[in-house]
Write a protein that binds this ligand. Structure first.
Ligand code: FE
Length: 221
């Protein structure tokens, strides 16, 4: 494997630990990825710099902090929220986010009467530009099937007990449509800046398995 890009080669060397000179190898999936990557690079099918750029993007630029900015703006700016709920793809693009796996976005708003939960029952469709890479549980068979059959039970396992009178809407993502939950702002945060608000909004809240807590009191909306 002579063509492993420099950064991966270094990672592998660092796998050599101080445990009596024994080599600690990367996990099996990591080795398989490296083998595939070096083969693709050797055959000239992928450009290692393009791969590095992709990894860099998902590690630093693309992630739930993008979605959090969208939600915080919606909380502060009613006109923006109206645009977001009408045409999420365009409103998210206004904030500079979009692209692969986010071409057709729908924003669904939590209210005192309705809670929204997002799943992809078929596979793992997820709004990458605003939430980054999906968590492992999102792709699990258990979450995918049970989110639809027993959403309240699933939410309870995430530590979220919703009042019986609150309606739960489950949105099944597809390759064509990806959903972003706009959680309710927590109490006592009206004075906070958009930036401060964005720091409160979690990935889980934008999938709908959590609510956003007040930073001061821990209170929920
Ligand atoms: Fe899917």
């Amino acid at each position: 494997m002579t063509d492993i890009p420099h950064s991966r080669e270094q990672d592998r060397d660092q796998g050599q630990d101080h445990d009596h000179g024994k080599q600690r190898l990367p996990s099996d999936p990591a080795l398989r990825v490296m083998a595939l990557e070096s083969l693709l690079v050797q055959k000239g099918l992928v450009d290692p710099q393009a791969l590095d750029a992709l990894v860099e993007a998902y590690e630093h630029r693309i992630g739930p902090h993008n979605g959090a900015k969208v939600v915080a703006r919606a909380w502060k700016d009613p006109a923006y929220k109206a645009r977001l709920l009408t045409d999420a793809t365009a409103a998210i693009a206004e904030m500079g986010f979009g692209g692969l796996q986010g071409e057709h976005m729908v924003a669904v708003e939590n209210t005192p009467a309705v809670h929204n939960l997002v799943v992809c029952t078929l596979c793992s469709c997820y709004p990458y530009p605003v939430l980054g890479l999906p968590p492992v549980w999102y792709k699990s068979a258990g979450y995918r099937s049970r989110a639809v059959i027993d959403p309240r039970g699933v939410l309870r396992e995430f530590g979220l007990e919703l009042p019986a009178e609150m309606q739960v809407r489950v949105w099944d993502s597809t390759a064509e449509l990806r959903y972003l939950v706009v959680p309710q702002p927590p109490p006592g945060t009206e004075h906070m800046s958009e930036e401060q608000l964005a720091s409160l909004v979690t990935r889980d809240a934008m999938i709908g398995v959590a609510l956003v807590r007040s930073p001061a009191t821990g209170e929920l909306p």
